[in-house]
Write a protein that binds this ligand. Structure first.
Ligand SMILES: [Zn+2]
Ligand SMILES: [Zn+2]
Ligand SMILES: [Zn+2]
Length: 159
């Protein structure tokens, strides 16, 4: 058993309410030491913002792709309505139509992470742009109507 860390590893003072352990889980140092460390680090790395942004530009799309693949695989890599499998056409949809709300609170990457953490809940599905667009207007997708009526594809334009 590891004993709980009650003292800062840097200044060796015990953590107190006024000077608690930093919220960074992997760091066992007090807030004061952490702030000092950050201050020094920023001094040593005056262009840290540019560095960070440059890194984010590369890393975030990589994560997005990676997590998108995981989520798409879990939901069958196809539109749950018409079976479209072209990845570029597919979007993640919250079945209660709350995807937009969720996305406003958490960005796309956040939504992906939430879905993975939640173990791919059935409230989500993949829809292609076409089916997504129709359902967003509050209509039943013509694909579904076609299936219900067992008459094959609906003819004519979808207004
Ligand atoms: Zn400390
Ligand atoms: Zn579709
Ligand atoms: Zn459809």
């Amino acid at each position: 058993m590891k004993k709980p860390n009650t003292n800062c590893r840097r200044c060796e003072e015990p953590f107190t309410e006024g000077n608690p352990r930093t919220r960074r889980k992997d760091w066992c140092i007090c807030v004061k030491c952490y702030n000092l460390y950050q201050l020094n680090w920023k001094k040593d790395n005056p262009d840290y913002r540019a560095l960070w942004n440059a890194r984010a530009k590369v890393v975030i799309p990589q994560y997005k792709e990676k997590y998108k693949t995981i989520v798409f695989n879990a939901y069958g890599n196809a539109c749950s309505c018409c079976g479209e499998t072209i990845r570029e056409f597919l979007t993640i949809e919250h079945k209660n139509g709350r995807g937009g709300e969720h996305r406003r609170k958490r960005n796309f990457l956040g939504v992906l992470i939430d879905i993975i953490r939640a173990g791919f809940p059935p409230e989500y599905c993949l829809l292609c742009m076409n089916c997504n667009w129709v359902e967003r207007k509050g209509k039943v997708c013509p694909h579904k109507l076609a299936k219900l009526q067992i008459v094959g594809p609906v003819e004519g334009k979808v207004a």
